[in-house]
Write a protein that binds this ligand. Structure first.
Ligand code: 5GP
Length: 194
């Protein structure tokens, strides 16, 4: 997705050979116009599927997911990382090791919002080692829902998550695939290049 790649080139900051900071439009401040385009692009790519629910993880998956939900008319559910007092034991729960925070979190989704009748798409901001997506897939499996596929805003293709999940047969659509963050520069894969 060209607008996304241009934005990353313009304002993304390479923090190290494996971390990209995009908090000016995705992870802290949000660019609603770009997120609207991101939501529409996901809708386009999965237009062959009937989706009843968009599933993501708080907090940075919520913006792109909401614009996808708005475009296709489906509700958005975000997995919570901290047990809230209002989230009772009526939950699906999984564990996710966080690449950026280097800690393991329980993630939970209320059983009220995901069931075996749902056709679910998983959305997240980044794909690195695939831990967040694996946790969300686990939750979808616990619910008995059908998983349509996974939409990722930025995939770091030099890390293993995408490869592992695709080998498991998951359909993964990434809007920007990064080949390298070496020498402080962002290099993208071309469309179709692996
Ligand atoms: P994974 O679970 O695939 O290893 O990592 C994905 C999660 O870690 C995403 O939900 C995202 O929040 C965070 N993450 C991974 N790599 C980066 C990165 O380079 N930059 C930012 N901002 N977040 C990242």
């Amino acid at each position: 997705m060209d607008a996304l790649k241009e934005k990353i080139h313009a304002v993304g900051r390479v923090l190290s050979e494996d971390v990209l900071k995009v908090d000016s439009f995705l992870n802290h401040q949000i660019d609603p116009l770009l997120m609207k385009q991101v939501g529409e692009e996901f809708a386009n790519r999965f237009s062959d599927e009937v989706i009843t629910k968009v599933l993501t993880i708080e907090s940075s998956g919520i913006a792109p997911s909401t614009f996808l939900g708005l475009t296709i008319g489906a509700p958005v559910v975000f997995a919570r990382k901290k047990k809230s007092l209002t989230l009772t034991n009526n939950t699906y729960t999984s564990q996710v090791y966080s690449f950026t925070k280097q800690e393991t979190n329980d993630i939970s989704v209320s059983r009220d919002f995901l069931s075996a009748d749902d056709n679910v798409i998983i959305i997240d901001d980044f794909l690195a080692n695939g831990e967040a997506v694996k946790g969300l897939v686990d939750i979808v499996n616990q619910s008995g829902a059908h998983l349509v596929g996974v939409g990722i805003v930025i995939e770091k293709g030099f890390q293993q998550g995408g490869k592992i999940l695709r080998e498991q047969g998951l359909r993964i659509e990434s809007l920007a695939r990064i080949k390298s963050l070496k020498d402080g520069k962002v290099e993208f894969f071309e469309e179709g290049e692996f």
